[in-house]
Design a protein around this ligand. Structure first.
Ligand SMILES: [Fe+2]
Length: 215
């Protein structure tokens, strides 16, 4: 009985939801304000700028926090690049704006950093060594840089479609800086783990048997 009721519901669902969808599409197309390509692109550029604004803040705190010299240096270089990316986005926004009306945002986006569940957060505080926290931060850096690659890649394609051809090489420069930062993090990972391993090793209690298996 329950099964047949479920089948009936499933059959009727697509029809009613399709009807609802087409009604809502009609109403949005009637009410949605049409923007010019430049206005649309400005919105997308501001979205990217909000991420770079947040990235500058994060890079500054990462530079202070990390104890690993080559990481500090690479983050410092990327901070300078990120400031350049902010300036290029601001310049593009002002170039596209009509009479300087479109303002570049000062807001900061939420960076893509995964938040573990509370149960794990408590554990992190109790068991993680500073070496593991370095690894955690490097992992977050890599996720952020890879997200930025996707953002600039899409923005480049969108700018092409919107005929903002002058924006394409500018966005491509930022894209290649993000790629090179993401590549550096990946290439440096084995060395980072080697550097941090003694501290991590010192914090684990390995039985004779397990230690032998690792050798
Ligand atoms: Fe970046």
């Amino acid at each position: 009985m329950a099964r047949s009721r479920k089948t009936t519901t499933n059959k009727s669902k697509p029809t009613s939801s399709t009807k609802r969808k087409s009604r809502s599409n009609l109403s949005t197309s009637r009410t949605r304000k049409k923007l010019t390509p430049n206005q649309k692109l400005t919105f997308h550029l501001n979205e990217a700028l909000a991420i770079e604004n947040a990235a500058v803040q994060r890079l500054q705190s990462r530079i202070k926090q990390t104890k690993i010299d080559n990481v500090k240096q690479r983050l410092q270089l990327h901070l300078e690049e990120t400031r350049g990316q902010q300036n290029r986005l601001k310049q593009l926004i002002s170039d596209l704006g009509d009479g300087g009306k479109s303002a570049a945002t000062k807001d900061k986006a939420q960076l893509p950093i995964s938040t573990p569940p509370k149960s794990l957060t408590k554990l992190v505080e109790r068991i993680m060594t500073s070496a593991e926290l370095e690894l955690k931060a490097a992992k977050e850096d890599a996720i952020i840089e890879n997200a930025e690659i996707i953002i600039y890649d899409m923005l480049t394609h969108l700018a092409e479609k919107m005929n903002a051809t002058h924006a394409v090489p500018i966005l491509t420069q930022s894209l290649s800086e993000e790629r090179s930062m993401a590549d550096w993090i990946k290439t440096n990972t084995p060395e980072l783990v080697v550097q941090l391993w003694p501290e991590i090793e010192g914090s684990v209690d390995m039985s004779e048997e397990e230690a032998q298996q690792l050798q």
